[in-house]
Design a protein around this ligand. Sequence first.
Ligand SMILES: *Cc1c(COP(=O)(O)O)cnc(C)c1O
Length: 382
Amino acid sequence: MNHKKFATKAVHAGVEPDPHTGAIMTPIYQTSTYVQESPGKHKGYEYSRTHNPTRTALQQSLAALENGKYGLCFASGLAATDAVLKLLKPGDEVIATNDLYGGTYRIFTKVFERFGIRFKFVSMDDPSSLEKEITANTKLFWVETPTNPLLNVVNIKAIAAVAKAHQAWCVVDNTFATPYLQNPLDLGADLVVHSVTKYLAGHSDVVMGAIVTNHEALHQELRFLQNACGAVPGPQDCFLVLRGIKTLHLRMKAHVENAGILAQYLQQHPKVARVYYPGLATHPQHALAKEQMKGFGGMISFCLKSDDIQDALRVLEKLELFSLAESLGGVESLCGHPATMTHASIPKAEREKAGLSDTLIRLSVGIEDSDDLIADLQQAIG
Ligand SMILES: *Cc1c(COP(=O)(O)O)cnc(C)c1O
């Protein structure tokens, strides 16, 4: 299936008609255990923490979408991140993008630092500047691109090459781009991590994570961790994501088209100071985004000319079609205020160091009619 084109994989990868009934949709195998013929003699399934057929289908689908050999699903995006970090041992160092999903920053600094793993948060704008951060203990590069919420674009190929030269792994959080727009494994990354919760599930009704890789040994270790630590998703959620993935390419086309239209609109708005969207010619890494991605994604951030936080909060309260909520990537448009919501767990000093202002507004542009979305922005910004 890996050689097929994306839309075909989205519809078919990992999914076979049910061998017992011919059901075209993978059933929700809502079972914790499997009957054995005699001790140790079974059909490949023993216990649902270890394996579940609905999860297996989804894992194969996700692997195919990322052009990877192996996929693993976890109970949330952060549970997937947790598994990756457990590949390390005390004393190991991680070099991470400084403009990072807030929960990722939190699990790094508040959980894994306690276990003796060290983190450096750096701008990855200039990959050659990373050399001075690398030590003999550097084991992992953690890349998020486009970044959240400033939509910076990091050069995956360049960072993966730096990682390889130092026998470290390059991990890419591909949540914002999705495999429809960006394939980190093809660019040299060792592992791709997803918050499946977002575009992959796509309908704001599931929390889930995933890891995809081409490395057999890394996969085996992660599979061991998936079973040993046990943060697995249930079969009903796996079914919902299998269903969501069938329209991933169609949804992403609509998200990208709408986001492009809204970014242009916001850029010429007299009350808007700056728009962050990789698709704008004014974006500092527009050329890199064009090269690395098949489209510029559905996320936009912007800040107002006013630097009064109250003005930003008023816009958020007035928006009607954009619901004020955490999360992103569903069919419906959402808006958020990173400084008080998704990134509140990052200290203000760290936020400002990364260029994240208190008046920044983040939009997850949905697949509604773009005329209605523009009208909503117009009445809210004034
Ligand atoms: C949401 C998100 C996560 C965490 O995923 P959960 O499913 O919420 O645990 C990680 N990275 C990015 C970029 C995210 O947007």
